[in-house]
Design a protein around this ligand. Structure first.
Ligand code: F6R
Length: 262
């Protein structure tokens, strides 16, 4: 697992965005896996800037989001479809018809999950998947105890995740307790995975992800099985790693090698 430790959240966003920009510039019709939550917002801002300044075009890009609340229409301000439109799609030259978010309002969510999986395969699979991480190590809405081979399915959220996400809902507003999420098995099939984490409250989850045993108690630890994962963290999120200096040393060596190859 490649671990990149940077000064702060702004550097994390820039580093992560550059991976997406390079991916799209290498393959114009890239299939992106996207995430919601607070962490990727700054990365999306970087992508919007890059699009506006002509450094990247999303014209032929397609995308699949990780998850969606069950029971919310895409027009609901707390839905992840709404979030994606607001934070990225409305501001870049992507064709919205090519953007997919799991359908939270489908009459038959079980069939909708199967179709979502089939649609990813039909598109040729995800080239690069963006992930945030929950304090409990969840990726997508794959909460602890999720099967490490799970596929897109309906998932019950833990009390911790509901409480963490309550900040997005106003008082008294209906907050769903169920979601549709890509499974861990689905995520592991992406060709590349980019996981972002910032802040002290993610430090324990990052430690378990990078150095812990592979276990359903920390769903993100399953990424240790993937051959191309980049974990991009700020100093605070890296603060519980046994030897952060080692990861910094490796990254400086990687950068030196890349500079030589240029
Ligand atoms: C959202 C998602 C979640 C979040 C995680 C962290 O699509 O997949 O796993 O990435 O809950 O959320 P933030 O970034 O708000 O801390």
């Amino acid at each position: 697992m490649k671990v990149v430790i940077l000064k702060d959240a702004a550097e994390v966003a820039q580093y992560g965005a550059q991976i997406f920009i390079d991916q799209i510039n290498a393959k114009a019709n890239s299939v992106l896996g996207l995430a919601t939550g607070s962490t990727p917002v700054a990365l999306y801002k970087e992508l919007i800037e890059a699009n506006k300044s002509g450094k990247v075009s999303f014209k032929d890009v397609s995308s699949f989001n990780l998850d969606e609340y069950l029971g919310l229409e895409g027009t609901h301000p707390q839905s992840y479809r709404y979030f994606m439109n607001e934070q990225l799609f409305d501001h870049v030259d992507i064709d919205k018809a090519n953007t997919q978010v799991p359908p939270g309002n489908d009459a038959n969510p079980i069939e909708a999950c199967k179709k979502y999986e089939a649609d990813i395969v039909a598109q040729g699979g995800i080239d690069v998947q963006l992930l945030g991480i929950g304090r409990n190590g969840h990726i997508g809405f794959n909460e602890p105890s999720s099967s490490l081979a799970s596929r897109t399915r309906v998932k019950t959220l833990t009390k911790e995740t509901i409480d963490d996400n309550a900040r997005f809902f106003s008082e008294g507003e209906y907050q769903p307790e169920l979601s549709i999420t890509m499974g861990i098995g689905t995520i592991l099939e992406s060709k590349k995975v980019v996981l972002l984490a910032t802040g002290e409250n993610k430090a324990e989850a990052i430690k378990q992800t990078v150095e812990g045993a592979i276990s359903a108690s920390c769903p993100a630890s399953a990424l240790q099985f993937h051959q191309d994962v980049v974990v991009i963290v700020d100093e605070a999120a890296a603060s519980q790693l046994d030897d952060p200096e080692f990861f910094k040393y490796i990254e400086s060596q990687n950068q030196a090698l890349l500079a030589k190859l240029k």
